[in-house]
Design a protein around this ligand. Structure first.
Ligand SMILES: Cc1ncc(COP(=O)(O)O)c(C=O)c1O
Length: 488
């Protein structure tokens, strides 16, 4: 059900599509990409290429029909990851409802938006009304700025001193974790005539980054006294994947509240306050301070089998083509180290995907894939470029067939793959390799908040000398060396 505070608006891309393809026809959202955008894995800059509307594959036969007939979604790629922007829209809406009215959603897009493609995901999220983005590193923040994104961006982790002035020039906010960082940032900011916008990170139990609660007040005083530092927020991070279902997270939230109260009492609390990641957002009753920082839930997954997962839709699915089908006699061995041998005459399909593309090596002889309407087991070890499956009981498998590794209706889910591979869902999507093109699908309809939320997704004015050289007005990526040029 669509929430009352949202409305659906068509995007320019759908309007263009209709203009190009005849008013009244609807783009098919699943079998054929309405925005078929491939952002290629090989270059670091991930240029977004629009490669046409759904029926471009043939002027006479719709691409979707062709796809069904040929049993492939997209024959141009040996392996590809579909990124369903409509699912992202849906999940952002769920997240926004969970956050509550007037609470800012800072979408976490670190690690290339958990493998989904940070620029494309961020652009879509901002068009959906998301007001801020969280990244892991300064380089990730630069990538967003270079792509023309102007919403507030926070480096959730640490930066190195050499990145500091470029971070300030591009109005990138920074987590701050120690007195040493306050001193170093102030020194650089003063020397360059810039201002650093910082979020004090309070370590309430994660034990990784941030200052201990008992040191927070002193660090706030230091930040206050540093003329070139501006407090843009105070944050903490919960450690339990079970969120508030775990006492530890509840204790962390209580500790954080005390730090905030103390800071408020001293008159030093400024900017945003935030602690909730996906697990906390979906398990704690709220209210959730003024900002939440979900990542994985926006991509359609919840950690730890938490309640609420069924409200979400998976954004990524990973597919490949069958490269080869061969019949092997009983006793034949398959793959590196010959870990599997045929107990009967077997038909083996070799898939054009491997661990370099994101299939965990640990799935060898354990994983399953979806092919020709059934699940087929992986046999033998996963190699860098190939996976072998036993299709003896899946008749009709042919080279060129599309195979789904995860995502989609009947294929293993990301959670299932993670369980089989003895890892967490985060690692599955983050590991999808750079050589796998991400194919954007859907995205014609956006949910835009009607009620007044935090207004900070308006363009952020850049500081002096902040323009990324080579950035076109349309926000096209600048050459890679422009970024290094802007570092200290
Ligand atoms: C500081 C911080 N906040 C928020 C998140 C988002 O967490 P999740 O993806 O579990 O929602 C992360 C991700 O690891 C993080 O490091």
């Amino acid at each position: 059900m669509r929430p009352r505070h949202s409305r659906v608006v068509p995007t320019r891309s759908s309007a263009n599509w209709r203009a190009e393809n005849g008013e009244g026809r609807k783009p098919c959202q699943h079998d054929s990409p309405s925005i078929l955008a491939v952002f290629g894995g090989i270059q670091a800059n991930r240029a977004l290429l629009r490669t046409g509307g759904p029926d471009r594959a043939s002027p006479l036969v719709p691409f979707s029909l062709l796809a069904k007939l040929l049993c492939v979604t997209d024959r141009r790629h040996r392996v590809w990851a579909d990124v369903d922007l409509d699912a992202l829209t849906h999940n952002l809406d769920v997240v926004r409802q969970r956050a509550g009215a007037g609470v800012r959603v800072m979408l976490v897009v670190k690690a290339d938006a958990y493998g989904h493609g940070a620029v494309a995901v961020s652009q879509h999220a901002v068009r959906c009304g998301i007001g801020a983005l969280g990244v892991g590193t300064a380089a990730e923040a630069f990538e967003l700025r270079q792509a023309g994104l102007r919403v507030p961006v926070l480096v959730l982790g640490t930066i190195v001193d050499g990145e500091a002035s470029a971070v300030m020039r591009h109005d990138i906010q920074i987590g701050i974790h120690s007195a040493r960082e306050v001193t170093a940032l102030q020194e650089i900011a003063e020397r360059k005539g810039l201002t650093a916008r910082v979020h004090l990170n309070v370590d309430t139990g994660m034990g990784r980054l941030g200052v201990l609660p008992q040191q927070a007040a002193a660090l706030l005083r230091r930040i206050d006294a540093a003329g070139n530092l501006e407090l843009a927020g105070v944050m903490s991070h919960v450690s339990s994947p079970r969120g508030a279902l775990d006492e530890q997270a509840v204790r962390q939230a209580a500790l954080f509240d005390r730090v905030l109260e103390e800071a408020r009492a001293e008159g030093r609390l400024a900017g945003w306050t935030h602690i909730a990641n996906s697990a906390f957002l979906f398990t704690a009753p709220g209210p959730h301070l003024d900002t939440v920082r979900p990542g994985i839930s926006a991509y359609g997954v919840l950690p730890g089998e938490l309640p609420g997962a069924d409200e979400l839709r998976p954004v990524m699915s990973l597919h490949c083509q069958v490269a080869l089908v061969k019949d092997l006699p009983r006793g034949a061995r398959v793959g590196y180290a010959s870990t599997w041998s045929a107990r009967r005459p077997a038909r083996i399909a070799t898939l054009s995907v491997g661990y370099a593309d994101g299939v965990p090596w640990s799935l060898g002889n354990r994983g399953e894939v979806w092919v020709r309407g059934t699940r087929a087991p992986m046999v033998g070890n996963v190699s860098m470029d190939y996976v072998t499956i036993d299709v003896t009981d899946a008749p009709g498998v042919t080279p060129g067939d599309s195979v789904t590794l995860f995502g989609g209706q009947d294929a293993p889910s990301v959670e299932e793959v993670a369980r089989q591979a003895l890892t967490i869902p985060y690692e599955i999507t983050c590991s999808v390799g750079r050589r796998v093109p991400r194919i954007l699908r859907g995205g014609e309809h956006l949910l835009v908040p009607r009620a007044a939320g935090p207004k900070d997704h308006a363009p952020v004015p850049m500081q002096r000398g902040s323009r990324l050289r080579g950035l076109s007005a349309a926000g096209e990526p600048a050459p890679a060396d422009d970024l290094t040029a802007s570092l200290e």
